[in-house]
Design a protein around this ligand. Structure first.
Ligand SMILES: NC(=O)c1ccc[n+]([C@@H]2O[C@H](COP(=O)([O-])OP(=O)(O)OC[C@H]3O[C@@H](n4cnc5c(N)ncnc54)[C@H](OP(=O)(O)O)[C@@H]3O)[C@@H](O)[C@H]2O)c1
Length: 322
């Protein structure tokens, strides 16, 4: 800890939706200093973080930058680690996650909070393909074996997916909303921009209470049909569900995904996994995040807060599916 008495937390992917939320919550608490890692200190998101009081450090968030990673974690008390979206067949996410954790430990970081997901490979006995879940679980397994205090947060499906990656199609006066989930299947969803920070702030505020835990971060448990209804109610627009829960449906609404067939396999694998096995393991504490952040937005509150009316929104990040 520094002479200021405020612990220093390194936030990787600090301009991401999750990272921005974490950096903002830590800084706004007035109890932490933040070192924000980004590839581009000149982006508007990075400049916003600097204005809020974050120290900005430029680091390539990709494998094999051991020296830069070690520098980035020097004299930090804690680290929030996230991995950016990586399209299959790249194995970079797994490599990057392990290397970030190793670098944090080598630099003497006291507590790692990693944004993890469930092990789909294991839970589905190898029948579902969702490497961006399984690789995060394998990174978490690696972190468990390191000599460092650790906690995992596990974000639900993002509300923002519908705005950023799977935007509706406008057809006359109707808003057609394609979902990769079946119309009446209820799944956990969350706003990464406002819910990640309060959860991670809670962990760093009381680290001993959360040692080794894997904590879901949930804003709502809701079906696409209910999301479409809420959208109509809030916006006054006519809206209809469209199925992207099949290869044909997905490629009808998002033909660009066909450029990488493994991406299509992964989206369908992830959706089938959620339907058949549940997004989270049965023993996860689904109430934890709401208990520490009672104001977490449900879908309807998210719609009212963002005033979203069905247009495609860029959050200024990578612009990839995830
Ligand atoms: N979408 C979902 O429903 C969902 C649910 C749970 C978990 N997740 C996971 O959440 C992660 C994404 O989080 P997010 O949506 O908060 O991130 P995001 O908004 O897409 O931002 C990713 C950030 O990573 C940095 N970055 C560094 N190297 C990158 C690269 N090669 N490609 C893209 N970005 C790179 C970028 O910041 P700079 O340019 O400033 O370096 C960017 O701001 C993924 O691992 C995904 O699997 C997603």
């Amino acid at each position: 800890m520094s002479a200021t008495g405020k612990p220093l937390i390194v936030v990787s992917g600090a301009t991401s939706k999750q990272g921005r939320s974490v950096a903002a919550s830590l800084l706004e608490s007035g109890r932490f200093r933040v070192r924000a890692l980004t590839r581009n200190a000149g982006s508007s998101e990075a400049r916003n973080l600097a204005t809020m009081g974050a120290e900005i450090v430029t680091v390539p968030l990709e494998p094999d930058h051991r020296r830069e990673f070690a520098q980035a974690f020097r004299s930090a008390d804690g680290a929030f680690l996230m991995t950016p979206p990586v399209a299959p067949p790249s194995a970079d996410e797994l490599t990057l996650g392990r290397q970030l954790a190793d670098a944090a430990v080598e630099a003497g970081v006291g507590h790692i909070v990693f944004s993890a997901l469930e092990n789909v490979q294991e839970r589905s006995s190898g029948t579902k393909y969702a490497p961006h879940f399984t690789d995060k679980a394998l990174i978490a397994e690696h972190i468990r074996a390191l000599p460092v205090a650790h906690t995992f947060v596990m974000l639900s499906f993002f509300y923002t997916n519908a705005l950023e990656y799977y935007a509706p199609r406008i057809d006359g006066d109707r808003v057609l909303m394609p979902f990769y989930l079946p119309e009446h299947f209820r799944a956990p969803f969350v706003d990464p921009l406002t819910a990640t920070g309060p959860a991670v702030l809670e962990v760093f505020s009381d680290p001993n209470a959360h040692l080794g835990a894997s904590l879901p971060v949930v804003g709502d448990v809701i079906s696409p049909a209910e999301m479409v209804d809420a959208f109509s109610r809030v916006t006054g627009l006519k809206a209809e569900y469209r199925s992207a829960h099949s290869r044909e449906g997905l490629l009808t609404y998002f033909p660009e995904l066909g450029e990488n067939p493994l991406v299509v396999d992964e989206i369908l694998g992830m959706a089938e996994y959620a339907v058949e096995f549940g997004y989270y393991r049965d023993d996860r504490d689904m109430q934890w995040s709401r208990s520490v952040d009672p104001g977490a937005l449900n879908w309807e509150e998210f719609l009212r807060a963002t005033e979203w009316r069905g247009d495609r929104v860029s959050f200024g990040a990578s612009g990839q599916y995830s």
